[in-house]
Ligand binder design. Structure first.
Ligand SMILES: [Zn+2]
Length: 444
């Protein structure tokens, strides 16, 4: 890594980062106060939420400590769909300055709103993210998240600009131009999905550009789950420092949590987003250190407060404090979503398990696809894996050896027999945004 260039201690002391270091007792007090405020606001302004509380016989006055959060009802994605478009807004349109929407694959999208103050909070948490990644004024940040209704592009843009960095708003797509600008402008950091960055690495190699030779030293990657093995692959192929950033539109967009330079989990900006981990099956709260579903409550959001939103993301709150001395808690990286879970012949399988197994084996590329079919009533899973070009040029024996190794690793990790198919490098569809890892043909 090109770390020697960084002056982390200076960079991480951005004034916006002050709440990251707040004494814990003070932080908890602030959280309780803000929680009461946000629940009172939702109760007053959002009919849907008030009805939920009344069903349970609770009023905002029943909240005395953070433990009382568990008394509040959950909010789930369908609540946003059912109240489309503006049913969960707690501010009149005259106070709303921005609307974003998800590109729902089925039915209506999910709409989220921001007041001017909400945009300021959003910007401030992104400044805290970037500062934690060691970025500062003078950096040139290429923002390859999509600009538009998706929150990624504008969210990262405002944060990077407020940090004092020079932003190159390339948005997604057009890899050749992205690479040209990175090289010509001397870009020092990039924001995009991890799979898009892999695509850029591959394309750059084809164009004769070596990322290791560029001033690029940091990547802030999010909007899809990725693994530690993927991080190693990215860092080895480009010699940058890769950071995991987390967020979701329902809560604010990117900037709910981000890694610091210790890379020991993602710091959650707890003064604005209160995290809980619950058992995904029962909804019961779990203690720090237990893995479960992440539930978030916005503590300062005005236009659209979210109370106990079920993210479907599986993670844990890490006990203890980070070496960076931030007092805000950390969560583990999101390796999987409860929605991504595939049930194959009764066994739970996550695409991230496949990815981790593949990246451990030399000769394969981190590009793969899972194809599910049903033959005579029985689920079949095929994993197509791209292999490095020299493997294909090699003698057939090497390919057979690799096939056997992969077969063994996948059978072991997944606990079911899968079919493995080795394919040539670059033969699987390339991602311009989020990766399409699973093709499920079982219902056809
Ligand atoms: Zn830290």
């Amino acid at each position: 890594m090109k770390n020697s260039v960084l002056e982390a201690s200076v960079a991480e002391r951005h004034p916006a980062s002050a709440p990251d270091y707040m004494p814990v007792a003070e932080l908890r007090e602030l959280q309780v106060e803000r929680l009461r405020g946000v629940v009172a606001r939702a109760w007053r302004e959002v009919k849907h939420f008030r009805a939920r509380l009344e069903e349970r016989g609770i009023t905002p006055e029943d909240l005395h400590s953070l433990d009382d959060v568990a008394k509040l009802p959950f909010t789930v994605k369908s609540d946003l769909r059912d109240t489309y478009p503006f049913g969960l807004f707690a501010s009149p349109m005259k106070d709303v300055v921005r609307l974003h929407a998800s590109s729902g694959t089925t039915g209506k999208p999910i709409v989220v709103a921001y007041t001017k103050e909400d945009v300021e909070v959003w910007t401030s948490v992104l400044v805290r993210c970037f500062a934690g990644c060691g970025l500062h004024r003078g950096d040139i940040i290429q923002n390859a998240y999509g600009y538009g209704l998706f929150t990624g592009g504008l969210g990262a843009h405002y944060g990077a600009e407020a940090l004092g960095a020079a932003v190159v708003p390339t948005s997604g797509g057009n890899a050749d131009r992205q690479i040209m600008l990175m090289k010509d402008f001397g870009v020092t950091a990039i924001c995009c999905t991890p799979t898009y960055f892999l695509h850029l690495i591959d394309r750059a190699a084809e164009l004769g550009v070596d990322f290791k030779e560029l001033p690029l030293r940091a990547g802030v990657f999010g909007a899809e789950p990725w693994t530690e093995s993927m991080r190693r692959h990215i860092e080895n192929s480009s010699r940058i420092e890769a950071f995991d950033i987390y967020g979701l539109s329902e809560i604010i967009g990117p900037g709910v949590a981000c890694e610091c330079r210790r890379h020991q989990g993602l710091h959650i900006f707890e003064d604005h987003f209160y995290p809980e981990i619950v058992d995904p099956a029962t909804g019961e709260p779990l203690p720090d250190g237990s893995e479960g579903e992440l539930v978030l409550t916005t503590l300062s959001k005005q236009a659209m407060p979210m109370i106990r939103y079920r993210t479907r993301d599986i993670t844990l709150l890490l006990p203890g404090t980070c070496e960076c001395r931030r007092t805000i808690r950390r969560m583990g990286r999101i390796g999987r979503r409860s929605d991504d879970m595939l049930i194959i012949r009764g066994v739970n399988v996550f695409p991230s398990q496949v990815e981790a197994a593949l990246l451990e084996i030399e000769g394969t590329l981190p590009n793969y696809q899972i194809i599910l079919t049903r033959e005579q009533g029985l689920d079949q899973m095929e994993v197509q894996v791209e292999v490095t070009p020299h493997m294909f040029n090699d003698k057939i024996g090497a390919l057979q050896g690799l096939h056997a190794k992969l077969q063994g690793a996948l059978d072991h990790v997944l606990g079911i027999r899968v079919k493995v198919a080795l394919v040539e490098a670059h033969s699987l569809a390339r991602s311009e945004g989020k990766a399409k890892r699973v093709i499920d043909r079982r219902a056809q």
